[in-house]
Design a protein around this ligand. Sequence first.
Ligand SMILES: NC(=O)c1ccc[n+]([C@@H]2O[C@H](COP(=O)([O-])OP(=O)(O)OC[C@H]3O[C@@H](n4cnc5c(N)ncnc54)[C@H](OP(=O)(O)O)[C@@H]3O)[C@@H](O)[C@H]2O)c1
Length: 253
Amino acid sequence: MNYFITGGTTGIGLELVKLYLGQGHRVGICGRDLSKLPHGFYEQHKQSLWLYQLDVNQREELMKAVNDFAVKAEGFDVMIANAGRSVGSKSKIPDFKAANEILETNVFGVLYAFEAAMQHFVANKKGQLVAIASVAGFVGLPGAAAYSASKAAVVRLCEAWSIDLKGLNISVSCICPGFIDTPMTRQNTHPMPFLMSGEKGAHLIAKAIDARRALYLFPLRMKLLITFLSLLPRGLYRWMMGIQIFNYSKQSK
Ligand SMILES: NC(=O)c1ccc[n+]([C@@H]2O[C@H](COP(=O)([O-])OP(=O)(O)OC[C@H]3O[C@@H](n4cnc5c(N)ncnc54)[C@H](OP(=O)(O)O)[C@@H]3O)[C@@H](O)[C@H]2O)c1
């Protein structure tokens, strides 16, 4: 199988790349800074790995890269829109510049990746679109408003597209992890319940992708917690988060 993974240079993306290469698949990845890849990684895998240095917000560049990958890898089966950003805030005043960047990368980055893949999937009459969203997409997390909003947008896009595309033999999978140990979460100062390793996270994600799960929230304890929080009357939710049940607002001075 041939996989294109946006944001494959570190974290979850890189763990997925390692897993798929280990299984003998062909993989294309993009990132803004390819030097983040482990030393010697490309040389070790150059028969089945294609690299593209670009920002997922550059729609045309991403499209060119995906087309190039499909030709060179002789096919294209799965697009994994994984590239994402989260910016921790120490202030109670929203950082609108950071919010803008987060929404651009996390929402438009997914749109552009899916658009690039769809050209091939429609022509081939098959394919799989995967987005790495987050459990944060189900509630408004204090200190992470733009991040929660961006992931909520991705959850809804995937939900609707999974219905729209069913007749075209193109499946849509929305993966919503809890906390996974990556460079992104290593910058967090708040508690991260049920944190799991990148390797384990990638293994569970790959299994859900293989099974073509439309929506996958994990780990189970985080799924239960988020489902509970999302079903609460919103006033009660705001009160609970306000009394720092997860210690979130304590960080913000
Ligand atoms: N870790 C978690 O606990 C967790 C939980 C839920 C969801 N997620 C989601 O999982 C995805 C991966 O996160 P991660 O934890 O693995 O973070 P990470 O280690 O920071 O990796 C992010 C990846 O995305 C790339 N990237 C970021 N902005 C980009 C852009 N504008 N254009 C191209 N590539 C870009 C980065 O490479 P460059 O910097 O080189 O561009 C990097 O390869 C994100 O969508 C994140 O929101 C993570």
